[in-house]
Design a protein. Structure first.
Length: 313
């Protein structure tokens, strides 16, 4: 058997279609099918039940796929060993970033990273946390930036910083007159939230539930971006909560509406994520050191209460 045959087999197991798998492997469908058939003949076992639509793994096929993942990961590690030995930091590096981190953190480190590591081809994709977990597990991205902890045994988390929540409150709101706000003063149905799919929304809901566990949640309005929430809040439709870095570029007039929380403020934990197989570690370390260097001067909070991004049942 060959590594190529195992890669083709993994692709079919993932996409459940020979044609689609061939497209992702950049080969013709007959070539992919022939190689998988050779593997099955050598093993004297059927990996796929081709009579099912979509294609399904046989019982022995499920075990073969699990072992194939390990073998392919280990084969990729050989390239890593050579690169590390040579001190080479380059090649393709696929990075996923959640939408609520992308617009603030990416501009802070991208130019510096590109300048320091010109041989790296950085491919960046905006993804939800759910998509990041799936793509890291399947090996379709090398690393990600997201709110943590995610409590996933297959994924390593390296904390980059803690980002406090900050209230944005219109003048007519009852909390506007306060210098600091308290968590137990929050009314969840009075807060403008991001739409479903954003983990920051789940963090805000979790924050409010810590004090209102039996409250019947009815959200007045949800939006896809912080910019929209800011505009709606300024129009008096309710208060909203923002991550600290999202407040830095507000104009002076808008900053008059910002209110910090009493110590310790609620915060999200932002981490660099990668698969437990720890491939391309020289690139991951380069990315972490770059982000550490640019974030250290912009955010320096430690005495915080971490709010989980996982949706509570």
């Amino acid at each position: 058997m060959t590594i190529t045959q195992l890669k083709y087999t993994l692709a079919v197991a993932e996409y459940k279609n020979f044609t689609v798998a061939a497209e992702h492997c950049f080969v013709t469908q007959p070539t992919l099918s022939m190689q998988i058939q050779k593997l099955e003949d050598e093993l004297d076992a059927k990996i796929f039940n081709r009579s099912k639509k979509p294609i399904e793994l046989t019982e022995v096929g499920k075990k073969i796929i699990e072992q194939a993942k390990v073998i392919v990961d280990e084969s990729n590690r050989i390239i890593d060993i050579v690169h590390q030995q040579k001190g080479y930091v380059g090649g393709e590096f696929k990075l996923g970033i959640i939408p609520t981190i992308m617009p603030t953190l990416l501009p802070m480190f991208l130019k510096t990273f590109n300048r320091n590591y010109p041989k790296v081809q950085l491919i960046i994709e905006e993804l939800t946390t759910e998509e990041i977990v799936r793509k890291l597990t399947d090996g379709h991205i090398d690393a990600a930036l997201a709110a943590t902890p995610l409590e996933n045994e297959a994924i390593k988390e390296r904390v980059l910083y803690y980002e406090p929540f900050v209230g944005l409150i219109p003048e007519e709101h009852q909390l506007y007159s306060q210098n600091k706000i308290k968590v137990d003063e929050l009314e969840v149905d009075d807060i403008l939230l991001l739409e479903d799919g954003h983990c920051f929304k789940d963090s805000v809901i979790n924050l409010c539930r810590t004090n209102k566990k039996n409250r019947n949640l009815q959200f007045q309005l949800e939006s896809g971006s912080f910019d929209t929430l800011i505009k709606l809040s300024k129009d008096g439709l309710g208060m909203t909560l923002l991550p600290y870095l999202n407040t830095l570029d507000l104009n002076e007039e808008d900053k008059k509406h910002l209110r910090e929380f009493e110590t310790p403020p609620p915060a999200r934990e932002v981490s660099l994520l990668y698969h437990k197989s720890q491939l391309k570690m020289q690139l991951i370390e380069a990315l972490k050191s770059t982000i550490d260097s640019v974030v250290r001067g912009a955010i320096a909070f430690s005495d915080v209460e971490i709010i989980s991004p996982l949706q509570k049942k």
